[in-house]
Every structure is written in C-alpha cells, then in structure tokens.
Design a protein around this ligand. Structure first.
Ligand SMILES: Nc1ncnc2c1ncn2[C@@H]1O[C@H](COP(=O)(O)OP(=O)(O)O)[C@@H](O)[C@H]1O
Ligand SMILES: O=C(CO)[C@@H](O)[C@H](O)COP(=O)(O)O
Length: 495
C-alpha cells in the first residue's frame, strides 16, 4: 500500500493506493483555515496542515479497511510557492505566506527591476518572477518583520515542510523549487546570485534545503511519527513535489501530448516537455516537473475561490449553484465577470479587483451572475492556454482535475471554450494520486518498475466524464470570449 498526500489551499487530502491490484482504495480530506487580510494577505498556520494530514490519514485508512502497518511508502504534494520559514528548532518564524498572497506585489516589482527586468529574470532564472512566488515573500519578511527574518534557519515550501515533519530531513526537489524564484529552472539548481539579492544576510548553504532528484527518497518516516500514525519502522517517503507537478503524474501527463487543467482554488494549465522551455510570455512559468522533465504552466488565482464567493453570496449549495449555471444561456445575457477578487497572476494584475460588467435591469439575475463568474474563471484559463501556444499545440485531450471538475456543466464549458476534448481521472485529486504513484516509483525503482508502468496501472479515466466540444457551442463562445478580452483591455489596458 502507498499513501498520497496533497496539501491544497483549502484542505489536505489523503489517498490509499493498492499498487499491486492497481486500485485506489479510499480518499479522505480535512479542511484548513485561510487567514485573509487587507492588502492581499493570505496566510496559513503550518500546524493546521499537520493536524489535517493526521486526521485525513487515519480517516482514509479507516475507509479503506487497511492497517497503517501495511503502508510501504508515502508521497507528499503541496500547494506551490508558500514561504515556510523555520527557526533552529524547526518552528515557523512567521505564518506561511501562500501562493495566493498578493501583499508582496511591490517587493516583486522591485526584485524584477533589480534583476534586470523580464529579460534579466529569464536569463538568470529561466522564468520571470511573479507575485505569489516565494522570492518576494522573503524580501517582504526582511523588510516588514526583520526580527523574524533574522531567525530564519530553513526556507521550505509547504510540501518540504510536511516531508520535514515526516522524516526530519530538510530537502526539496526541482519541481517545487522552480516556484521559489531563486532557482535556475534550466540547470535545476539554486540561483545563489539571485538569492543573495533577496536575502543578503541569510547563508544559502544553511537555509536552503538540499536538492534531491525526483526519484530519490527523502528518507524513512521518523520513529516518533511512525508511532503516532501506527506505521511500521521502514516506511519510505519520496521526494514529493508541487501540487501541479504531482497532478501531472496523477493524470499521466509525463510525456508530451496531454494538457492537465486544474479547477481548484487556483486554475492551472500545464503540459509536459522533455527539454527546458523558453516561452515568449513572461506569464508562462517555465517550471521543472517532478519526474526529471519540465512542466510549463500558467496559473490563475481566481477559480473556485471566485465561484465560491458568488455561490455563498446567494446562499446556494454546490448542486443549486450548478443548476443556476446550467439554466443561464452561454454569455449570461451580456454579463461579463473579470473575477480578480484576489488580484491576478495571469493576466499579470496582482493589485486588481473584480468587475461585474454589462449589468442591466433585465439581465441581473442569480443565474446570469453564477454563469458569468464560472465563464470568467474559464476564460482566464483559455487566455492562459493561448499564452502556452505551441507548447500545447499537439495536445488532443485535456485531463481535468481539482474540485471544480466534479461539475458536469463546468466540464462541458471547458471543452466548449477551449475546443478540446475533456476527460477526468476517476479521482479528482490527481495530485494526491500522483504523490502515491511517485512513492511507489521511489520504492520499487530498484526492481525495474518504471513511472510509465505505474501511471498506466493507476491512472484510470472516468468514461462518464468525457465531454467533447460541440461545434455550435464552440462558435457561440467566440464572441463572448472576445467580449471578455475587450473588457480586460478596457479595464486594465495592454495586459
Ligand atoms: N461540483 C462542484 N462545482 C463547483 N465547484 C466545486 C464542486 N465540487 C467542489 N468544488 C470546489 O472545489 C474547491 C476545492 O477544490 P480543490 O481542488 O480541492 O482545491 P485546493 O486543492 O485548492 O484546496 C472548493 O472551492 C469547492 O467548492
Ligand atoms: O500557485 C500555484 C501554481 O503556480 C497554485 O496552483 C498553487 O499550487 C495552489 O494550488 P491549489 O491549492 O489551487 O491546488
């Protein structure tokens, strides 16, 4: 048995996977709180991730009727970019600042300028720094909370922190490290000159975690944790990775030709590449994969976070919200939503707020507003898909994951707006599955077991979820998408 853990923004999920029989036995999740404040602050207490991991782990094993002593390995996926700054005792010096925190947009703009603009960033890092990446969070802490900053002994990411709790090791791997903003994504190593620019007082040899290859183990679960979780004394922990990297594994996106699209708190679109990617657009994140390759990606910050805001405003549950969306026509009778409640990364508008446009006395209905926010979030992903350009040109299918993929109306909307066939894996939390697959790969690689074979055995697609683009609807969305782009141009100028 192998366990996959995914620490997302809203919850930590755990899956139990029987690799021999090629079966996902059970899933469970536990929520964590998001601390939202003025100026785009989005923080979380790492202790909540640990509590959620433990609760979801025990619940998933219970559901699967599996004893913890049968577990051979654990893989951990985590929300990318979060700054987990620890002191010498391994305690956070400040709450984790998350990927969706936009409080550090001024520090990000300053860093981009100091590195020589977009061209300088590309030359030094292989990508352009964006608000949300770890780099500007460290610069912000240095400026705003110097006492906490000077106590830093380790700078980890959320998945690194969970691995540290499991094993006592402070390590990371290229996929998640790509999103720090002080990592060279082409050479797959720390970019020490950039790190010095961000944190001149911190010794990189001391505070930056050791880099592992994707297939390497972090170590064994340490005895105190093994006792607490009821595990045996030889449970291996794999390198893990960012949730998008492990979502790619969990959708079988480990060779070129597929697109993984996630409708989670964030929206992401990514495609595997066997070579480092140099993309024209600064908004494309030329990340590494957690399989030894690369995973160019675009990320929008307002997907289910935006749809949930409108759903809750109207007091609707998920089913009623889905019915409202389905009951309104394509284009929501002229209502356009730019859903940038929390600022945005793609398009690059970290300080933006949301707009509801085109409202009249006739079209201002719950159904139109519900539909328009889902359309707006999906148009943002189409905008990102266009930025990926040739990187996704040969892809024939979108593997749709994340909580929003549970909605049939949204699945069809993604197919019609992108003009591409959509299918979901049987498990919408593909990142947790990807983490379990990586754990099995790490444990069984010496016996000749390949990642490809494991994906073939464990990535099951749900035929019921298949959505083909319909030519009439594809055509109907064209003017509505053009209206969205015009609204973007009108409100924010040449983004
Ligand atoms: N049927 C559905 N329709 C729309 N949104 C959904 C549906 N099911 C779940 N969600 C939303 O998915 C989100 C959780 O997705 P998830 O991928 O687990 O997020 P994260 O990994 O960011 O924590 C929640 O906002 C939830 O409301
Ligand atoms: O910042 C990014 C990708 O660059 C986000 O995709 C985070 O990794 C958070 O993911 P979810 O919580 O939405 O799964």
């Amino acid at each position: 048995m192998y366990i996959g853990v995914d620490c997302g923004t809203q919850s930590t999920k755990v899956v139990v996977v029987d690799v021999e029989r090629g079966m996902i036995l059970a899933e469970a999740s536990r929520a964590h709180r998001l601390d939202e404040g003025e100026n785009g602050r989005r923080e979380q207490a790492p202790a909540e991730w640990l509590a959620a991991l433990k609760g979801a782990f025990l619940a998933a094993l219970d559901k699967a009727s599996v004893s913890a002593s049968q577990v051979r390995g654990i893989g951990v996926s985590g929300q990318q970019h979060g700054m987990v700054a620890l002191d010498g005792d391994g305690a956070p010096v400040y709450p984790a600042k998350l990927w969706c925190d936009t409080e550090t947009s001024a520090q990000n703009a300053d860093l981009v300028a100091r590195l020589g603009g977009e061209a300088g960033c590309l030359e030094k890092l292989g990508l352009v720094l964006q608000t949300g990446y770890t780099a500007s969070k460290v610069a912000w802490l240095r400026e705003q909370h110097p006492n906490a900053y000077h106590r830093i002994e380790s700078l980890l990411l959320p998945h690194d922190y969970l691995n540290f709790w499991l094993t006592g090791e402070r390590v990371t791997e290229a996929g998640d490290a790509s999103g720090t903003g002080y990592f060279d994504t082409r050479k797959r190593c720390w970019q020490l000159q950039v790190f010095e620019e961000i944190a001149p007082e911190l010794d990189p040899a001391r505070v930056l975690p050791r880099l592992l290859e994707a297939h390497e183990p972090v170590g064994l679960v340490r005895p105190a944790v093994a006792r607490e979780l009821g595990l045996g004394d030889h449970v291996v922990v794999s390198s893990g990775g960012g949730d998008n990297m492990l979502g790619a594994i969990g959708t079988g996106n480990i060779t070129p030709g597929l697109i993984t699209l996630s409708l989670g708190t964030s929206g992401t679109v990514c495609a595997y590449s066997a070579t480092p990617v140099e993309c024209d657009s600064a908004m494309v994140a030329n990340f590494c994969s957690s399989t030894g390759g690369w995973l160019p990606l675009i990320c929008t910050m307002n997907v289910t976070s935006a749809t949930t805001r409108v759903r809750e405003l109207f007091g609707l549950d998920l089913a009623a919200f889905g019915e409202k969306v389905a009951s309104a026509p394509i284009g929501a009778e002229g209502v356009t939503v730019l859903p940038f409640f929390n600022g945005e990364r793609v398009p690059m508008l970290p300080d933006a707020s949301a707009d509801f446009l085109g409202l009249t006395s006739l079209n201002t209905t719950q159904a139109n507003l519900c539909r328009a926010v889902v359309e707006g979030a999906t148009f943002g992903l189409r905008y990102g898909l266009e930025l990926l350009g040739d990187l996704t040109a040969g892809a024939s299918q979108i593997r749709l994951i994340g909580g929003g993929a549970n909605s049939p109306v949204w699945r069809q909307m993604v197919a019609d707006i992108t003009g591409t066939q959509v299918i979901c894996p049987e498990i919408t939390d593909a990142a947790a599955l990807g983490a379990a697959i990586q754990a099995a790969w790490c444990d069984q690689r010496a016996d000749g077991v390949t990642l490809e074979a494991l994906c073939e055995r464990l990535v099951h697609l749900d035929a019921q979820s298949l959505a083909d683009p319909h030519p009439d609807r594809v055509a109907a969305y064209q003017p509505v998408y053009a209206r969205y782009c015009a609204a973007l141009e009108q409100r924010h100028g040449g983004v």
